[in-house]
Design a protein around this ligand. Sequence first.
Ligand code: AMP
Ligand code: MG
Length: 326
Amino acid sequence: MNIVLGIEGTAWNLSAAIVEEDKILSEYSLPYQPVGGGIHPRDAAQSHATNIKKVISTVLDKADIDPKNINGVAFSIGPGMGPCLRTVATAARALSLLLDIPLIGVNHCIAHIEIGKWLTGAKNPLILYVSGANSQVIGLRGRRYNIYGETLDIGIGNAIDKFSRAFNIRHPGGPKIEELAKKGERYIKLPYVVKGMDFSFSGLVTAAINAVNREEFSIYDVSFSLQENAFSMLVEVTERALAYTDTHELLLTGGVGANSRLREMLKIMCEDRDVRFFVPDKKYMGDNGVMIAYTGLLMLKSGITIKVEDSTVKPNFRPDEVEIKW
Ligand code: AMP
Ligand code: MG
């Protein structure tokens, strides 16, 4: 039986977990909350540095195991914010050296996918991965996760957060905009940008902010229309990728996957196409330590570990760079 301790800390959530084969032994998070504005990389890293000792000792205590029984330590090596990645990597390296156990550098996007598959039982799904910084339509082809479509500028979560920040709504804006959108009564025209299989959110956000600022439309109607456009763009590309790859399973993952309107739109599309739609527990859709520990476990069992001296973080690490050996 392998036991892996995993640490996530690419952006807002400092989170650790201990996983044994298919069982979560413990998990604990101390998220960073910006005082104002969005996630500041240096502030977030400072918060992670302050909290990391507590997070790691808490998961060790909760799992009630002797650290000597841990077989590997996994961490998010990228993509993410440089200062945050480096803070978490330093802690992971120290643990690996102290306990004399292998170090495992996990691709954060792949971890979102693997935990989703594990928790839902999806076998070979197409994946819509929608988080703060990332938005991608992904599918496993041979031994790589291929990216069929992705954002050309910012991630959907960051786009919605940016819109909300313009109106002094506290970070993260996603759940609050979802509530405002429910009160929207009419659809207003905003940019809808799909280019081939890729999409873009920057222009849409700027237009949405302007529409409210010019007092032409209420924040409720604009929030509603912003969601309708952004999510339709995602659903359009996802549907095309499902058709192209002849896939009959769809997995939704990433923090924005919590949005009920996005889920509703995807569900309708999946029913039309005879596609099974898989949605993991909300708790494991956003960044969390369990996904890193679990993916670390899969990697450890496939012999994929790294030496401390080779464990430089990769802020722009893409999921298609990883050979999937498990
Ligand atoms: P992640 O990077 O995967 O942890 O996801 C964080 C992102 O999810 C942030 O940008 C949040 O605003 C966004 N988010 C969380 N809940 C919701 C929601 N209900 N609707 C839209 N976005 C959300
Ligand atoms: Mg994420």
